[in-house]
Design a protein around this ligand. Structure first.
Ligand code: B12
Length: 316
C-alpha cells in the first residue's frame, strides 16, 4: 500500500491518506469510505487529478466523533492497538505514569491516542491524565522512589508524544483568533506551555507556544509583532519574584493597551502572588483555560452535508 502523501501549507503540515488506506485502517469497505467522503461525512481534499485525499486531522476528527474502532492503526501511523485500549481516565493516568517512569514510549503514546480517539476533551485529558501522572512522578522523585533520569526520560517521552499529537489536532482556520505564550526567564518547564498550545488548537484557535526561559522584553516584542487575542504565561518556577512581578505587570499594561487578554497559569502563581499582579485571567487547569477561551471565541462547527455528492470525482 503506497505511503501517505505529506503536504505543507504555510505552518500547516498535513499527512494525506487515500480512501483505501483509511478503509483498511478502520475495517470498512473502500466504497463505504468513498460514499462518506462524497456525502461530506469525512471532509476530503481533491488532488489536481481529482483524486480523493483525507488529511490525518480530518480522519482523527471522524474517528473521535463517530467512535469508529481502528483495526489497523499502523496504516495511519498510529501506535499499535490504538483505539482498542484503555478509555477510563483513572486507569489511563496509572498506565501513562508507569509507561513514563519505565521509559515505555509505545504504551505512553497509545494511552494518549486512545484517550484522544475516545473524544474526551483534550483539556480534561491533560489535567486528569497527563499532569496528574507527572504529579505522581514528582512526588515519587521527592521521596526518592524514582531517580532523576527516570523523571527526565519521562519528560522526553511526554514531549515527543505531545508533538506527535500536534499532527492530529487541526490548526485553527486562517481567520481564527491567535493565542500565543510561553515561560519567562529561568523557567525551564516545557510541557505546560506546549499543552496550552494544544488545548487552544483543539478549540479551533491558531496557537503558538514560544517555548521556555524567555526574557520579558522579548515576550513583549512577540506580543507587539503578533497582536494575539490572548497572550499566556505559564509559570512553574520563579527565579526572582520582584523581577517576575515587574515583568508581568508591564506585560499586562502593554497587552491591555493593545486589547490583548493576558492569561496566567502555573503552579507557582499562588494566591498571595496573584494579589500583587495585573492580568486579565488566571486559570488553575486546562479545563479552566477552555472555559475562558470559549468566552472569547467559539469555532464554527463544520457544515453537515445536504446529501448530494460534491462534484465529480475520478476513481482512485
Ligand atoms: C517535569 C518536572 C521538572 C522538569 C521539567 C522538564 C520539562 N521538559 O518541562 C525540570 C527538570 C525542568 C524540573 C526542574 C526542577 N524541579 Co521540577 N518538576 C517536574 C514535575 C515532575 C512535572 C511538572 C510538569 O511539567 N507537569 C506537567 C504540566 C502539564 O502540568 P502542571 O505543571 O501541573 O500544570 C498544570 C496546571 O498548573 C495548569 N497550568 C500550568 N501552566 C499553565 C499555563 C496556563 C496559561 C494555564 C491556563 C494553565 C496552566 O494546567 C496544567 C495541567 O493541569 C513536577 C511535579 C508536579 N507536581 O507537577 C516537579 C516539581 C514542580 N519540581 C520541583 C522542583 C523542586 C524542581 C527543581 C527546583 C529541582 C532542583 N532542585 O533542581 C528544578 C527547578 C528548575 C527550574 N529552574 O525550572 C518540585 C516543586 C516543589 C515546590 N514546592 O514548588 C515539584 C513539585 C516536584 C516535587 N514533588 O517536589 N522539574
Amino acid at each position: 500500500m503506497p505511503s501517505p502523501q505529506i503536504i505543507q501549507t504555510g505552518q500547516i503540515v498535513q499527512t494525506l491518506f487515500t480512501p483505501k488506506q483509511v478503509a483498511k485502517a478502520i475495517g470498512v469497505s473502500e466504497s463505504s469510505l468513498k460514499r462518506w467522503c462524497d456525502q461530506g461525512v469525512i471532509h476530503m481534499k481533491k488532488t489536481a487529478g481529482g483524486h480523493r485525499r483525507l488529511p490525518i486531522q480530518e480522519v482523527m476528527r471522524f474517528l473521535r466523533e463517530s467512535g469508529h474502532s481502528i483495526v489497523d492503526p499502523a496504516v495511519l501511523g498510529l501506535p499499535s492497538l490504538s483505539g482498542q485500549g484503555e478509555r477510563v481516565v483513572a486507569r489511563s493516568r496509572l498506565m501513562f505514569r508507569d509507561a513514563l517512569v519505565s521509559g515505555n514510549e509505545e504504551i505512553a503514546r497509545r494511552v494518549l491516542y486512545d484517550l484522544y480517539l475516545s473524544n474526551i476533551p483534550l483539556s480534561q485529558m491533560i489535567d486528569q491524565v497527563f499532569a496528574a501522572a507527572f504529579e505522581d512522578i514528582g512526588n515519587a522523585w521527592e521521596c526518592g522512589q524514582i531517580d532523576i533520569f527516570e523523571e527526565r526520560r519521562g519528560c522526553q517521552i511526554a514531549q515527543k508524544v505531545l508533538f506527535e499529537l500536534t499532527a492530529a489536532i487541526p490548526y485553527g482556520l486562517p481567520n481564527a483568533p491567535l493565542a500565543m505564550g510561553g515561560t519567562c526567564s529561568g523557567d525551564q518547564y516545557t510541557l505546560a506551555t506546549i499543552c496550552v498550545e494544544h488545548v487552544f488548537r483543539s478549540l479551533g484557535w491558531r496557537a503558538t507556544s514560544l517555548g521556555t526561559n524567555i526574557p520579558f522584553e522579548s515576550l513583549k516584542l512577540a506580543l507587539i509583532r503578533s497582536k494575539p487575542k490572548i497572550f499566556w504565561i505559564s509559570a512553574s518556577y520563579i527565579e526572582d519574584i520582584d523581577q517576575f512581578r515587574e515583568g508581568i505587570n508591564s506585560l499586562y499594561d502593554l497587552a491591555e493597551s493593545m486589547g490583548t487578554a493576558l492569561l496566567l497559569g502555573g503552579r507557582t502563581v499562588d494566591v498571595e502572588l496573584r494579589k500583587t499582579l495585573r492580568y486579565t485571567a488566571f486559570a488553575d487547569s486546562m479545563q479552566h483555560l477552555e472555559a475562558f477561551a470559549k468566552t472569547q471565541y467559539v469555532s464554527p462547527q463544520p457544515e453537515m452535508p445536504t446529501g448530494e455528492s460534491q462534484g465529480n470525482v475520478e476513481n482512485e
